[in-house]
Design a protein around this ligand. Structure first.
Ligand SMILES: [Zn+2]
Length: 356
């Protein structure tokens, strides 16, 4: 693999798949990885996009975004292509040095093993860190477009990192680099084609879960804020997707179909049927409950990322959290007089069990 300046790099093992591409370890010091995109829709445009991002790394707005330790964004460091088959891609910092995949915190299965000390306080911290990162990059003029758990990372303190910068929407001088990617379950309804929800996940060669769609509306800060609200709900509800559930009025087709038809426990308890082991709907602090309802009600009322960051910080401020007297891993808002996780445990599932 070679950079534009002619420097050669050795790809070692394949370590994952990001949106549109594959990620490989580079060399042996473990600080860099390479994302390669074998079949970009427009290879010339893709290379130009990566080169502009590499150049923007020195701009003040990007420098501000990348400040702090650990660095929150896996910004492209250099455009590269493979020598053998001319596949385009880029080098970026290896987020595995500081973070775990986001799903380690999000899913019931991952949490006890990967983050044994994680509590609802960790989930709140991660939600705030994610909201703050999104607010910061919106301030600097970037739009993620395809915000979803697969391009997010988290650590035991709830700090959050983000990858797949090459799919962001941004401007460079007078040029606009549009965001095309979207992920089912994290796409705002106005970005879906009218029949999107009826066909399940968009299909295409090698694209079971994502498709470069030609959506009616391009991504913007508001569509990012929809995905943020979905992720916040998942973080605070033990992984439960806000639009999960079997429709009360018919067959389940997809999360997107539920989104299009407002089937959401928070908006209407009778719209979906959920397993009785789902975390109690009333575990949320009132302010966060109101923000989620606003986010899922209409695009016009969606709270921006900065408002989320402020309210999430308030929800975890000193004195706002209580620890359960039965189980030390149960943390909840002081607004709820008794422990929601004990309620859930009595129904057969504990999102925050004590480590074995
Ligand atoms: Zn409890």
């Amino acid at each position: 693999m070679v950079s534009r300046g002619g420097r050669e790099w050795q790809l070692t093992e394949r370590i994952g798949a990001g949106s549109e591409g594959l990620v490989y370890a580079v060399g042996h010091d473990g600080s860099l990885v390479a994302k390669l995109v074998p079949d970009p829709a427009d290879p010339v445009a893709y290379r130009r996009r990566v080169e502009r991002l590499v150049r923007q790394r020195r701009e003040p707005r990007t420098v501000r975004l990348l400040a702090g330790t650990p660095q929150r964004v896996a910004w492209p460091l250099a455009a590269v292509r493979t020598l053998r088959d001319d596949v385009e891609g880029y080098l970026m910092p290896d987020l595995r040095r500081d973070f775990l995949p986001f799903t380690a915190l999000l899913t019931e299965a991952g949490r006890p093993d990967a983050l044994p000390g994680a509590t609802w306080a960790t989930a709140l911290a991660a939600a705030e860190a994610l909201a703050r990162l999104l607010a910061d990059l919106h301030t600097e003029g970037y739009v993620v477009g395809d915000l979803n758990p697969d391009n997010l990372w988290v650590d035991a303190h709830g700090r959050v990192g983000m990858a797949d910068v090459d799919s962001w929407q941004f401007t460079d001088g007078h040029d606009v680099f549009p965001g095309r990617m979207r992920t089912p379950g994290y796409t705002a309804p106005e970005r879906m084609a009218p029949n999107a929800g009826t066909s399940g996940a968009p299909a295409g060669p090698g694209e079971e879960t994502r498709a470069p769609a030609a959506p009616p509306v391009p991504p913007d800060a508001s569509t990012d804020a929809f995905a943020l609200a979905v992720l916040v709900h998942q973080l605070l509800m033990g992984g439960l997707h806000p639009f999960a559930g079997h429709p009360a009025d018919g067959d389940y087709l997809s999360l997107d179909d539920n989104v299009l038809h407002d089937r959401c426990r928070l908006l209407d308890r009778t719209s979906v049927v959920l397993p009785r082991t789902a975390p109690p709907a009333d575990l949320l602090p009132r302010a966060l409950d109101a923000l989620l309802r606003a986010a899922f009600s209409a695009a016009g009322s969606r709270p921006p990322a900065a408002v989320w960051a402020r309210e999430l910080a308030a929800a975890r401020a000193p004195g706002r959290l209580a620890r359960c007297t039965v189980r030390a891993t149960h943390v909840h808002t002081v607004e709820r007089p008794w422990c929601p996780w004990c309620d859930q445990a009595r129904r057969g599932m504990d999102s925050y069990p004590e480590p074995a």
